[in-house]
Design a protein around this ligand. Structure first.
Ligand SMILES: [Zn+2]
Length: 104
């Protein structure tokens, strides 16, 4: 057990958030996902796994699980409502779909 485990975890959380912001900024600037932004997301995932911190909620909602692309509606993914079942469908360019429920 490391003495300053709380400190380490808070530093790791800051780094995960910063890496995700960098990936999102780069994707917004270029208009598509490039290998570097996917690499930033990969490093952020590795850090959160290594330090056993819960995944950033923004990352959970805005990153494709299959290809690690940052999902930005109208730019890197399409959005539609599945109103019958009550969820939002984000479809990545790789074909992977993410469902976000809005009705309980
Ligand atoms: Zn994808």
């Amino acid at each position: 057990m490391v003495k300053n485990e709380k400190l380490l975890k808070s530093i790791a959380q800051d780094r995960v958030a910063r890496l995700f912001d960098m990936a999102k900024d780069r994707t917004l600037k270029l208009g598509s996902n490039d290998p570097l932004s996917k690499r930033y997301v990969g490093i952020a995932k590795d850090i959160s796994t290594h330090y056993r911190i819960p995944a950033d909620m923004r990352m959970k909602a805005e990153v494709c699980k299959a290809c690690a692309a940052v999902l930005i509606p109208g730019m890197t993914c399409s959005v539609r409502l599945a109103s019958r079942v009550g969820y939002l469908v984000l479809r990545c360019k790789c074909g992977e779909e993410k469902h976000i429920f809005y009705r309980r």
